[in-house]
Design a protein around this ligand. Structure first.
Ligand SMILES: NC(=O)c1ccc[n+]([C@@H]2O[C@H](COP(=O)([O-])OP(=O)(O)OC[C@H]3O[C@@H](n4cnc5c(N)ncnc54)[C@H](OP(=O)(O)O)[C@@H]3O)[C@@H](O)[C@H]2O)c1
Length: 321
């Protein structure tokens, strides 16, 4: 079957590690099944994999991709939950020390077919297209958990999202606004920042700009470039949730600020199967949909990854098959 995979890894030039070509069809293990992929979407995770972050040489070649919507072997339209936990694990899958995401240990979704544990299949609401549904399992699920499970944001609170254009950032803004939070956004790019007002952002700021007042919670995906500003922007007792560090991990924690202002710094990773079901229901009921920057065919996936590497996206890059 045709697939996009990492044949090697390259920390500096990740796209040099990308190969488009044939890989063997999946052979699902006991309790697993096969999904025919109709649409997938790209995440920064795919670039990290090509750079060798979280993907060591012993696992190569590895099919990329953590997001998919498609059709199962019984003909049902499904969304794939990408967090693969140990078969013995019970409870929140994201807390299983043995968990992995598709494309880390098991081949990923950027292929005509993907093998997944049966329990990782979630029915696709008919109101969502395959393209929209394929945006949800990583970036949107991560945003949902950051806002509602980890920061426990409630209607009327003010939330700052660092970065405007990323898949997670656009999901945070859209979900938070739909849930009645006042969403503030920073960006390096005034044009991108301005576009977030259509998603429900109430105010936009330049990266690092002083806010008119401190916020209840900050959503961090950027890391080193914005961390200091995040700590300065949250109110005493407020929460900073971090799920990623696109600009690097090397940020100073400023412990004095953390204890004196009684800040909560909270990590977040992906989400559970239950959260994915609730998120899909939320999209169905509210009518909000993922922001799609562009749609490319699998054979043109390099174009999408390259745009993401250059920070030249606003929302998700969808891959169709
Ligand atoms: N833990 C998890 O489960 C999980 C799940 C999903 C994603 N992540 C991580 O979250 C991060 C975001 O992922 P993504 O898929 O949304 O894509 P992305 O393409 O990495 O998103 C880039 C975002 O970061 C901002 N940004 C990048 N460099 C910046 C800089 N130097 N200064 C200020 N802002 C900067 C961009 O905002 P502007 O261009 O508007 O400035 C944009 O909003 C990645 O690191 C990813 O690995 C983690």
């Amino acid at each position: 079957m045709f697939a996009a995979y990492a044949s090697t890894t390259d920390a500096d030039r990740p796209l040099d590690a990308l190969v488009l070509g044939d890989r063997p069809d999946p052979e699902p293990a006991d309790g697993w099944t096969t999904v025919t992929v109709r649409a997938a979407s790209l995440n920064h995770h795919d670039l990290w994999s090509l750079r060798g972050v979280g993907l060591d040489a012993s696992r190569l070649p590895m099919i990329l991709g953590t997001d998919a919507a498609g059709v199962d072997t019984d003909g049902n339209d499904v969304v794939v939950h990408s967090v693969v936990s140990d078969p013995e694990w019970r409870g929140d899958e994201t807390l299983d020390p043995k968990r992995s995401l598709l494309s880390e240990r098991h081949p990923g979704t950027l292929a005509e077919q993907v093998a997944v544990p049966r329990r990782n299949l979630v029915p696709k609401p008919s109101a969502l297209s395959f393209e929209d549904a394929a945006c949800v399992p990583t970036a949107w699920l991560t945003a949902y958990r950051m806002l509602f499970t980890r920061a426990r944001v409630v209607p009327g609170q003010t939330v700052l999202v660092q970065g405007a254009g990323g898949g997670v950032a656009t999901a945070l803004i859209t979900l938070g606004a739909a849930a009645g939070a006042r969403m503030w956004v920073t960006s390096r790019d005034p044009a991108k920042a301005e576009r977030t007002t259509a998603l429900g952002a109430e105010r936009v700021f330049a990266s690092g700009e002083r806010l008119p007042e401190r916020v209840d919670a900050v959503m961090e995906t950027v890391g080193a470039a914005t961390w200091k500003h995040s700590l300065r922007s949250v109110r005493p007792g407020g929460t900073v949730v971090t799920c990623g560090a696109t600009s690097g991990h090397g940020a100073e924690t400023e412990l004095n600020r953390v204890f004196f202002l009684q800040l909560q710094i909270v990590g977040s990773t992906m989400g559970t199967r239950d959260e994915l079901e609730r998120l899909l229901a939320f999209l169905e009921r509210t009518g909000i949909r993922p922001v799609v920057d562009r749609t490319v065919a699998l054979r043109d996936v390099r174009e999408g990854l390259s745009a993401m590497e250059q920070g030249d996206v606003f929302g998700k890059v969808v891959v169709t098959l």
